[in-house]
Design a protein around this ligand. Structure first.
Ligand code: G3P
Ligand code: MG
Length: 249
C-alpha cells in the first residue's frame, strides 16, 4: 500500500491546506489548495472534550480563532461556535474549525491526497489516535492516497493497531542519529523533517535505506528546487503556487 500511495504523491504538498492563502486547517484552505492545483495536502488532527476529531494545529484555540483556551476542554459545540477565519483576513469570517469527517468529505470531493498529521494534546496521544483511527475506518475513501504522520511515537504505534496497511510518516524536527532504527521500530515508510536540519547526506542515506523523505515547511522556491534536486520526495509548503512557478508546473 505504501508504494501505491507514494506513486500518487506529487513533489509539492500544501501545508495545513494552502495556508499561505487561506486560514490554516480550514475547508477554505483545502479549497484554495485545489484551486491552485495542489493535489496533496497536509492537515493536523486533534480531539475535543467530547472526543470528536477536529482539524487544528495548536492545543489552544487562541492563535487561529476568536476564542481562547485548550481545545481538549471544549465540546464540539463550543468549537463550532468559534470563528476560525477572521484572524487571517476579514473575507474568511465565519470559517469554522472543521471536523475530520467534514475535511475528509471535502478532500474526497476535490480528489486530493492527504497527509494527516495526528497532533494530540500532550498526554492524550492514545485516546486521540484511537478516535482518529475509528473515524478514518468509518469515512476514509479507500481510493484516495492517505499518509499518516506524527511527532508522537505513541500515535504511530497506536494507529498501526487499527490501520495495518496505511503508510506512516516519522515526523521530526532534526533527524535523530538512530533514525534508521526508529523507522523500522515504528514501521514508517517516510521520514518528515524540518528544513533547517536536512543535508544531502541525510537524503542519500535515507533514500538508500529505502525510505521516502519529505521536508517542511519550504516556502522559498529556490530552496524547494535544491531539496528536490537532492532527491527529497516532496516538500510541504504554505505556498504551493510559488513552487509550481519555479518548477515550471
Ligand atoms: O507535517 C509537517 C508539519 O506540519 C509539521 O509541523 O508544526 O506545522 O504541524 P507543524
Ligand atoms: Mg502539521
Amino acid at each position: 500500500q505504501a508504494d501505491a500511495v507514494f506513486s500518487q504523491m506529487p513533489k509539492i504538498i500544501g501545508h495545513r491546506g494552502a495556508s499561505g492563502h487561506a486560514p490554516e486547517n480550514t475547508l477554505a484552505a483545502l479549497r484554495k489548495a485545489a484551486e491552485i492545483t495542489t493535489s496533496f495536502v497536509e492537515i493536523d488532527v486533534t480531539i475535543t472534550r467530547d472526543s470528536v476529531a477536529v482539524i487544528q494545529h495548536d492545543s489552544d484555540v487562541r492563535r487561529c480563532t476568536n476564542g481562547t483556551g485548550p481545545i481538549l476542554l471544549k465540546s464540539l459545540e463550543d468549537v463550532r461556535a468559534l470563528d476560525a477565519g477572521s484572524w487571517f483576513a476579514p473575507e474568511f469570517e465565519g470559517e469554522r474549525i472543521p471536523t475530520l469527517k467534514e475535511a475528509v468529505g471535502l478532500v474526497q470531493e476535490l480528489g486530493l491526497g492527504l497527509n494527516l498529521e495526528i497532533k494530540p494534546t500532550a498526554g492524550w496521544q492514545i485516546p486521540t489516535t484511537k478516535q482518529v483511527a475509528k473515524e478514518l475506518l468509518d469515512c476514509w475513501p479507500d481510493a484516495l492516497p492517505l499518509l499518516i504522520s506524527s511527532f508522537a511515537v505513541e500515535c504511530l504505534i497506536e494507529v498501526r493497531r487499527y490501520l495495518p496497511d496505511v503508510p506512516l510518516g516519522y515526523l521530526t524536527s532534526a533527524i535523530p542519529p538512530d533514525w534508521e532504527r526508529r523507522m523500522a521500530e515504528y514501521d514508517c515508510a517516510s521520514l518528515h523533517c524540518e528544513r533547517h536540519y536536512v543535508t544531502k547526506d541525510h537524503v542519500d542515506a535515507i533514500k538508500s535505506a529505502g525510505y521516502r523523505v519529505l521536508v517542511y515547511t519550504v516556502n522559498d522556491p529556490e530552496e524547494a528546487k535544491k531539496l528536490l534536486d537532492w532527491g527529497v520526495d516532496a516538500v510541504i509548503t504554505d505556498f504551493p503556487d510559488r513552487i509550481f512557478s519555479k518548477l515550471g508546473q
